[in-house]
Design a binder for this molecule. Structure first.
Ligand SMILES: C[S@@+](CC[C@H](N)C(=O)[O-])C[C@H]1O[C@@H](n2cnc3c(N)ncnc32)[C@H](O)[C@@H]1O
Length: 265
C-alpha cells in the first residue's frame, strides 16, 4: 500500500528511506518542466557551476571516471560517435578525448550555456562539438550515436524516463550508455542537498531504464574498495537492444547533417 503525497520510492519503511525522506532535497520532484529548466540553468550558470570541476576533482569523481575508461572496464576505444549528455565542465569529455580514436566524433550537450563555455575553455580542444539544450529533447537523429555517457545528470530530472528514452532514441541498436547517478546512500542524500538534486535507489533506476528501453547490462564500480563499501554512486552500463525489425541505421553523414541542423554553439 502506498501513502498519498509520499513518492513511491520513499515508501520502503526502513531507516534508509526515512533518512532519505527527511534529508534529501525534494524541490526537483515538484517542479514543472519550465521551472526545472530555469532551476538547473541558474544553479549551473552561477557560482555552483563555477566550482563544479574543482568539486569533481576533490571528490575524486573526475579521476575515478578516467580510471574506469582508461582501464577498459567501460571501453570506448571502438566507438566513433559519442554523445556526452550533461557534460558540465567537461569532466567525462576530457577523458573521452584521451581514450578515443582521434577520428571519433565527440558531442558535448548541456542545458547550461555557461557550463558549455567552461568546458570549452577548460578542454581547449577543437574536437568536441558543443550543443545547448534539454536532454529530454535531444536535437539529434534516431540511432546517431554508438555510445552515450551521462554522468550525474539524471538526478536533476523530475522524472528520469523521458530523458532515458531520448538517450535510447539517439543510440544505435546495440549502442551502449554509461550512466552515473547519485545513490540514496548517506553521502548521496547529503550530496542532493548541496547540488539541489534527487537520488535514486538501484531498483528504481533499473526499472526506469528498463521502461525507457535501456536494460542494464552490467553494474560497475570505481574500485574494489568502492564495491565492498558500496560507495561512489550508481555506475551502470545499459544497452539498447539490437532491433529485430528492418530499422535503418543512420549513416555518419546523416548524423552529421542533423548535428549541423541543430547548430552547435
Ligand atoms: C553534476 S553536473 C555533471 C557534469 C559531468 N557530466 C560529470 O560527470 O561530472 C550536471 C550537469 O548536467 C546538466 N543538466 C542537468 N539537467 C540537464 C538536462 N535536462 N539536459 C542537459 N543537461 C542537463 C547541468 O547543467 C550540469 O552541467
Amino acid at each position: 500500500m502506498t501513502t498519498p503525497g509520499i513518492p513511491e520510492d520513499h515508501q520502503q519503511g526502513n531507516s534508509r528511506s526515512t533518512f532519505r525522506r527527511i534529508v534529501e532535497f525534494q524541490g526537483v520532484r515538484n517542479l514543472s518542466l519550465k521551472q526545472y529548466r530555469s532551476h538547473v540553468q541558474s544553479l549551473y550558470d552561477g557560482p555552483a557551476g563555477a566550482m563544479l570541476s574543482f568539486c569533481s576533482f576533490l571528490s575524486l569523481h573526475e579521476p575515478l571516471v578516467g580510471h574506469l575508461l582508461k582501464s577498459g572496464r567501460f571501453d570506448v576505444s571502438q566507438h566513433r560517435r559519442i554523445l556526452d549528455v550533461g557534460s558540465g565542465a567537461g569532466q567525462i569529455l576530457g577523458h573521452l578525448l584521451q581514450t578515443t580514436h582521434p577520428d571519433t566524433q565527440l558531442v558535448a550537450f548541456d542545458l547550461s550555456h555557461q557550463m558549455l563555455r567552461r568546458a570549452r575553455t577548460r578542454l581547449n580542444s577543437k574536437r568536441p562539438r558543443f550543443f545547448a539544450g534539454d536532454l529530454m529533447h535531444l536535437p539529434f537523429a534516431d540511432n546517431s550515436f554508438d555510445c552515450v555517457t551521462c554522468g550525474w545528470v539524471l538526478e536533476h530530472l523530475p522524472d528520469p524516463v523521458p530523458g532515458l528514452q531520448e538517450i535510447g532514441r539517439v543510440l544505435r541498436p546495440g549502442g551502449r550508455a554509461l550512466i552515473l547517478a547519485t545513490e540514496d546512500t548517506f553521502s548521496g542524500v547529503l550530496c542532493s542537498r548541496t547540488w539541489k538534486c534527487r537520488t535514486y535507489n538501484r531498483t528504481e533506476l533499473e526499472n526506469a531504464c528498463a521502461r525507457a528501453g535501456l536494460p542494464w547490462k552490467e553494474q560497475l564500480w570505481f574500485t574494489r574498495v568502492h564495491k565492498f563499501f558500496r560507495l561512489g554512486g550508481i555506475l551502470v552500463e545499459a544497452r539498447k537492444p539490437v532491433s529485430t525489425g528492418a530499422e535503418p541505421e543512420a549513416t555518419p553523414d546523416s548524423a552529421g547533417d542533423k548535428l549541423a541542423a541543430a547548430g552547435s554553439r
